[in-house]
Each structure stands twice: as C-alpha cells, then as structure tokens.
Ligand binder design. Structure first.
Ligand SMILES: [Zn+2]
Length: 416
C-alpha cells in the first residue's frame, strides 16, 4: 500500500472494495493529511506552470549577454523560482517567459534581438545544468524529462513584438523553440491592442495580427491571449483554427474593471473554443482589495522616505519598508487563488483551467502560502479540501494544457 492509499485508509475511507478516486471524499481529511496527500500528488503528477519570468529576472540581474547565468541550480535568496524549490513544490515544467517590454517596440529590431538573447540564456541554463534542467518543445518532451527527474524549460514569447513586422519570424521562432506567443504586452503593437493601453490603435486584432494568428496555427505555436484587450481577444478567437490559451490571467469577477483579467464572457468563449486559462497568482490579479491596500502602503512608504530624508537605496529605508510591507500589505491567501479556480470551474467546467503563476514577474505581491514555487502543494491541498478529485487536479496541473498543446501540434502537422 503506498502512502497515498494509507492516508485514505487512515481516514477510514478505504472500504472492502477499492474505491475509485472519484468516490474518495478528501474533504474528510485533516489539514495535515490533506497537505501530505497534496505533496504526494504534486510529486507524482506532472505540473506545468504557464508563466515564470526567470529569463527576465536573469536579464535584470545582468546575465543576458555574459558567459555566466544566474545559478538557479541551487537555492537563491531572492526570486520565486530555483531548482531546489521547484523540486520541493513538484513543479516540472515552468514555461519560461521570453518577455519583451513594450518599450522595445519603439526601436526596430530591438524586440527580436532581446527575444533571441533570452532564448539563448534559457538554453544556456539547460546546457549548464543538464542533470537538473532540460529544454522541452512538446508534451512528449515534458513527459520524457519528467521520467528522468529533470525540470523542463518550455518557452513562450511574451509580446508578439518579437516578430517585428515580418511574418516569416513566426516560423523562425518556432524553430528556435517558442511554443506560445502572447500577442501583446502592455501597449498596443503591430498585432493588436493591449489591455493596459487605452489608445485602441486597431480596435482589436490588426490585419497583420490576423496573418500572425493564422501563421501561428500553421506552424504550431499556441496563441496566448493574456495581456490583449477584450476586442483583440474576441477577434483572435473568431479566426483561430485551434484552441487558445491565456498563459497567466485570472478571473475579472474578483477585480472588477481590470481588463487584464478575463471577463465571464471571455472565459465562456475561450472554453467553447476548447482553450485553457492559467490562473495568475499575483496579488493585483486575484483581489482588487489587495490592489487598493498595497497602493496605500506604497504611499505611506514614499511619505516616510521623504519625511526622514532617506532614499530608496538606504538600508534603513529598505529595512523599514520590508517590515512595514509585511505587517500592512493586505496579501491575499492561497484560498483566494482557489476561489478563481472555483469560479472558472463553475462557469465552464474542469477542462479549461490551469496554473500560470507569473512567479518572478509580480514582485512582492504573492499570496500568503503561495510565495514561491515550493508552495504549490498548499494550493493543491486547498483544492482537495474543496472536493476536487485527483483526476481534477491532474487536469489543472497538466492535462488541460497538454490537450491544447497537442491539438496545436496536430493541426500544424496536418498542414504539411
Ligand atoms: Zn505578463
């Protein structure tokens, strides 16, 4: 009897005939038992995260064009991701975000150049620590790496500006290993309008954007609709031949007016198309009360800095800010993230939701109990507590995103 079954037996739930998983009532387990079971599920199940900003964290650390890479093979004091913590949390395939800031769009060629360098850096990470990390270009690669105990590094490009104005770059980046492209980032680009931009440059997807989506379908790159405006979202959904993803978006229900998250209308449309949305864990994405409360904290800290003649880099200020933020920031909890998953499931069922943490990309805004990749089991325990089955959790962890990824691969293969 493995530990998983022994836990069930301990809870008095194992009867004379072996129950199907769907008949197991995890909600009867104690919190400690739930966490132990969650840890076991996290270890034994492939877990994909739609969005981790490690490459850009490395770039900010000055590593991009140097020989060295940030050594995340060991525990790092900052950031939310490294190998030991990923192993602890059971995370097997974090999509590495090849993130291009919208500022690069002003300089022709700068977006593609940055994408190329971040891809090189991600490959360098896998090459430097081949006993810990491996590149992954397909669900089959992720499965093979998982069998070997390696953490997969699939890549998604966050901001279609990396394509510049050349449709041929879609195929080029597929060859370079990019498996999703987030059509926009913070500002409207050549492809379409962005949720954070109020300009409405194209009114949605541009004509060039329509060609980009068709070409992504043709070569086998997932269409990622995080960051786009509602109009771009609808336009892209209307023309894609395959299901879409949102690699790191949460439900707008909990953040009214925040277009970066998905409205119920868009969640429903995405599900009808067969897609999957991967829930962002960032505080401002999961709770509008956090957004309001944290801006008050920032205001207080700026006043404190000015009143005391300090600068942002003074150690006295940094110490005060850390302590004050920890005590006063209204961090949401892991339960709030589960609320988002519940909401999506109640709207469209279990087949359309996953994890898209945005770890290494949302600063010090993460929920209590979900501060880094080691803490995924806390979220899984919460889902078990709410009555999710092991099969449900497998869908959230990887089966839903694999379904979309394979559909995209199959369609591309059918195009010859
Ligand atoms: Zn993002």
């Amino acid at each position: 009897m493995n530990k998983y079954l022994s836990l069930i037996a301990a809870a008095g739930l194992l009867f004379s005939c072996e129950p199907k998983n769907s008949e197991i009532d995890y909600t009867q387990l104690s919190d400690a038992e739930l966490l132990e079971l969650a840890q076991e599920i996290a270890q034994s199940t492939i877990m994909v995260d739609g969005h981790v900003d490690l490459p850009y964290r490395m770039k900010v650390g000055g590593f991009t064009l140097q020989r060295e890479i940030l050594d995340v093979s060991v525990r790092t004091p900052d950031g939310n991701f490294d190998y030991p913590r990923s192993k602890e949390g059971g995370l097997d395939a974090p999509f590495m975000s090849i993130y291009i800031p919208a500022g690069n769009q002003a300089i022709p060629g700068a977006s593609k150049a940055l994408a190329d360098s971040l891809i090189l850096m991600t490959e360098r990470l896998a090459n430097t620590f081949p006993d810990k990390f491996a590149m992954a270009y397909s669900p089959a690669d992720v499965e093979a790496n998982f069998e070997k105990g390696l953490i997969s590094l699939p890549m998604g490009m966050e901001n279609g500006s990396g394509l510049e104005d050349d449709l041929a770059n879609v195929e080029y980046f597929h060859k370079r290993g990019i498996r999703y492209i987030t059509l926009t980032h913070g500002k409207d680009n050549l492809i379409g309008d962005a949720s954070y931009d109020t300009t409405g440059t194209h009114g949605g997807l541009s004509e060039y954007g329509e060609k980009v989506v068709a070409e992504m379908n043709r070569v086998g790159i997932m269409v990622d609709l995080s960051h786009v405006s509602d109009n771009t979202f609808r336009d892209a959904l209307a023309i894609t031949k395959v299901p879409v993803i949102a690699s790191h978006s949460s439900a707008r229900k909990f953040t009214p007016g925040f277009e970066r998250n998905m409205s119920d209308e868009l969640i429903t449309a995405m599900a009808e198309n067969g897609g999957v949305m991967m829930i962002n864990f960032g505080g401002t994405f999961i709770d509008s009360a956090y957004a309001a409360g944290s801006s008050k904290v920032r205001e207080h800290l700026v006043n404190y800095m000015v009143d005391n003649g300090l600068s942002r880099s003074d150690s006295a200020f940094r110490a005060y800010a850390a302590e004050y933020s920890a005590a006063n920031n209204p961090f949401p909890t892991v339960q709030r993230v589960a609320d988002h998953i519940d909401h999506v499931v109640s709207l469209v069922g279990i087949d359309h939701v996953g994890f898209g943490s945005d770890f290494d990309g949302v600063g010090d805004s993460l929920p209590t109990g979900l501060k880094d990749v080691s803490m995924f089991p806390n979220l899984i325990a919460e889902l078990l507590k709410r009555g999710y089955s092991k099969e449900d959790i497998e869908k959230i962890c990887y089966k839903n995103i694999f379904r979309v990824w394979k559909a995209v691969e199959d369609y591309a293969a059918s195009q010859g």
